[in-house]
Design a protein around this ligand. Structure first.
Ligand code: UT7
Length: 328
């Protein structure tokens, strides 16, 4: 059986770091509150002029180098992002151009923080069906410019800029690779995390700008509760589908939204916290970048051994969420 195998990973975070103490000078918050409620100590902020596709390029080049894949070998690029360079065309088109990847098609996926997981699932289907041989999946987010309301302490303390990438190709032995992906969306709760302005409902106008409709709005408590429930169910679904128990999971690579969310999910699943790779402390919530960047960190640290069973999970606005089981 053909499986899609992750043969290269890459990550990138801009140089500039903004600590909780820096934030406390802008909004009424404290390092203590942010650390205790989220686990975040700092986040990275893109340089002036740096674009989402520039960050995506850096992460992608690292993943391609590890995979020993030339950009011209790529059949497809899928990019998860809610902070594209511009509304049209897809940022994946700019990325393909910057990579000089001339033989592929490229498109963005809009599934917010679950964007890379959705992208990985799409890539897997293309590879398993034989429609694509080498696919680049990227998550890149520049949330600190434009989208965040720097006067809203409920949201501005949470997010940061980064990019993560992975290269997938058909597994040689058919054993290593993505064993399953399970994706879900529930639009009935879209209002707990959204950006209302800038689309056809509220086209950009002076009024939408004054009302800050183009900024992220979130009901944190509701997102928290939804995330714990949805992620737990989604991982259970993945384990059951593969006839595997939680004891067999060697690593957890999760979207880094809040340490408390992850702790609660792992406790419900009976998976030891130590199995999860954490980097939220340094980067905050980097939305679609988070999952591939976390995978890359664990990979480059030499933590992932051939044959290890990895469970992945992510959730974001939509609400959209899911899980994946991967044999490394
Ligand atoms: O990828 C998905 C993206 N989103 C998420 O994952 C967010 C999920 N939700 C969360 O992580 C948490 O709900 C938050 C970290 C956002 C908030 O933590 P919480 O424990 O749910 O706090 P809360 O919203 O219930 O607020 C508790 C208090 C409130 O004050 P009062 O009403 O008790 O006086 C808030 O006004 O904390 C206050 N507060 C803050 N205080 C200092 C809210 N934000 C801040 C802040 N600094 N940054």
């Amino acid at each position: 059986m053909t499986r899609a195998q992750i043969i290269g990973t890459g990550g990138y975070a801009p140089e500039k770091v903004m600590t909780n103490h820096d934030l406390a000078k802008i909004v009424e918050t404290s390092d203590e509150w942010i650390v205790e409620r989220t686990g975040i100590r700092s986040r990275h902020v893109a340089a002036e002029g740096e674009l989402t596709s520039d960050m995506a390029l850096k992460a992608s080049l690292r993943a391609l180098e590890m995979a020993k894949v030339h950009p011209d070998e790529l059949d497809m690029i899928v990019m998860g992002t809610i902070s594209p360079d511009m509304p049209m065309p897809a940022s994946a088109a700019f990325l393909a151009h910057k990579l000089k990847a001339t033989k592929c098609f490229a498109f963005d996926v809009s599934a917010a923080c679950a964007g890379s997981l959705f992208g990985m699932s799409i890539a897997t289907q293309f590879i398993v069906s034989g429609a694509a041989k080498k696919v680049l999946v990227v998550g890149a987010e520049l949330l600190t410019r434009g989208i965040l309301d720097w006067q809203d302490r409920n949201t501005c303390v949470l997010f940061g800029d980064a990019a993560g990438a992975m290269v997938l190709s058909a597994s040689v032995d058919g054993k290593r690779g993505v064993m399953s992906t399970h994706l879900h969306t529930d639009g009935s709760v879209a209002d707990i995390l959204w950006i209302r302005g800038g689309g056809t409902l509220h086209p950009l106008s002076q009024e939408t700008l004054d009302k800050k409709l183009h900024k992220v709005q979130m009901n944190g408590r509701e997102v928290f509760k939804f995330a714990v429930r949805a992620l737990t169910e989604s991982v259970k679904e993945a384990l059951e589908h593969n006839g595997i128990t939680a004891d067999h999971v060697v690593h957890v690579i999760a979207h880094q939204a809040n340490t408390r969310i992850l702790d609660a999910v792992l406790e419900r699943l009976g998976i030891a916290k130590e199995k999860a790779w954490l980097n939220i402390e340094k980067y905050g919530n980097t939305s679609a970048a988070s999952l591939p960047m976390t995978l890359d960190e664990a990979n480059r640290a030499g933590r992932l051994k051939e044959g290890d069973l990895i469970v992945m999970m992510a959730i974001g606005s939509g609400m959209s969420w899911g899980s994946a089981l991967v044999r490394w």
